[in-house]
Write a protein that binds this ligand. Sequence first.
Ligand code: ACM
Length: 533
Amino acid sequence: MRVLRRTLGTFGTFLGVLGVLSGSVSCTAAHGDDARPGDDPPAALAPFERLLPAPASARADGPGYAVGPGTVIHTGPGPDEDVRQVGELLAEQLRGPSGLPLPVVDGPGGDGIRLRIDEEAEGVGDEGYRLESGPGGITLTARTPAGLFHAGQTLRQLLPVAGPGTVPGGTVTDRPRFAYRGAMVDIARHFFTVEQVKRYVDQLAQYKVNTLHVHLTDDQGWRLAVDSWPRLAEYGGGSEVGGGPGGYWTKDEYRELVAYAGRRYVDVVPEIDMPGHVNAALASYAELNCDGKVRERYTGIKVGFSSLCVGKERTYEFIDQVLGELAELTPGRYLHLGGDEAHSTPAADYAAFMDRAQAVVGRYGKTVVAWHQLATAQPAAGAVLQYWGHDRTPAAEKAAVVAAAKAGHPLILSPADRLYLDMKYGLATKPGQVWAGLVPVKRAYSWNPGAYLAGVPESAVLGVEAALWTETIATRGDWELMAFPRVLGLAELGWSPAASHDWASYSRRLGAQGPRLQAQDISYYRAPDVPWQ
Ligand code: ACM
C-alpha cells in the first residue's frame, strides 16, 4: 500500500502540517455532538422504506401482523436442524429488543412467524427470500437456510428498535446482487480477541454481509497457533504496533469463531500473507531466513521490508505445513495468500514463489484468493484477485488486473479510497490513515462495483469487501468508529440492486439505522451529512 502511498506524499505532508497525522484533532463520535440546535429530527420512515440493504422489491399492502406475547416461531413443515437453528437464532435476536418469549416450535403451526424452505421459490436465488406479512402472521420462504437467515434479519428491521410491534402487511422479495459481501479485519497490526471479532460478525450479519476475511499474520504479529511451528504464535504473536503485548488465537478459539460465523451464514476466509509481510515468522524461526539469522520483532508500521526465503526448500515445507493446518480448520472454499507489497522479493522470485504457494492451496482442496499483485505473476486457474487500488493507481497496474479478470479470474473489489475503513472520514478523524485520501460516508457508498474497472463486466465481479487495517486502531471504540457507518454502505453495495443506488434514499435509510446502532452500543461516526434519527 505504501508504494501507492508515496504517490500521495504531498497530500500526506499537507495533512501532516495540519496536525492530522499526529492525531491532534479529535473526532465527533456518536451521541449527537454535531446536531445543530433547532434542527428537527428527520421524519421516521415506514418499515418497508427503511430496510438496509434495500431489498430487490418491497410492497406494503393491507393489514399487518402484531408480534406479541402469543407469537410463536414455527420452523416447519418437517423437522430440519438447519431451519430450527435459524429459528432459534432469530428468536434470540428478537427477544432482547421486543421483550417477548417467542418460543420456537417445529412443524407448520398456525399464526406467528413461519420459516419455510421451498426449493422452487421464485426470484430468490440461493441466498434470497420472500417475506409475506398479513393478519395471520409472517411467512419467511427461501430455498436455503441462508436465505431464511437473511429473511430474519429483514424482519428484525421491520420491527421497532425496542418493544413489541406490528409488521405492516406486504411482501418483500429479495436476493443479493453479488455472491461475495465481505469485511476484512487485521488482527496482526493490533491484536483483537475472538470475542471482539464475534461481535463484529453479529454486527455485519444483520446487514447480510456473508464473508469475514481475517488478516492473521503480518510483520508485527502472527495470530494463529500452528502446531508444527509453535513459535510462530508463542513468540511471533507477542508483539504489535506500538509495542503492546499482542496475542494469538488458539485453534479452538479459531474453530469457535468459524462455527459462530457459520451459524450466521458468514464464511471465514483466513489470510496468511506471503512472501512479504512475514517479519513475525522470520523473528520466530532463524531457519526461515536466507542468512539463517533470526530477525528482531517489529512494532512499527513500515511495509515491504520482509520476505520469505524463496530459494530455500525449508520455506516450502513451512508453507505446506502452515497452509495444511489452516485448510484443516477451514470449512469454506477460500484460503487467502496475501501476496501484496512483496517489495523485498525480486519479481521473478515472487512469481516462482506464488506458483508453488498456489499449488499448495490447490493440493489442500481450496481456492486461492490473493491481493491483486498476484496479477503480476501467474494466478492459478480459478484464483480470485482482490483489487485494492484507488483513483490514482497507475494505469498499467489496473490493466494487469483487468487482463486477469478477462482471463477468467473473479474479482473482489476493495478500492482503498472507498472501502478501506481505516482511511479517515475527514481531517478531524482521530484514528486512521490518509494515504488513499479521505473517505467520507458518501464517498464510500457512491460508486458502482459493476462498472468500476473499465473493461471488467459486472459478471466478472464476485463481490465487494471493506477492509479494516489496524495500524492506527487499537480499541473497540476506534474499530467501530471507523467501520460504522461506512460498512453499511458496503453491505448495500454488495446486496442491493444497482437500480436502487441513490444517495438521497440511502442516507435517509442510514439515518434510520442510528437508533439500532445505538441500541447495540455501537459507537458509530455520526456523519454530518446523514439525517440521523
Ligand atoms: C494492502 O493494503 N496492502 C492489501
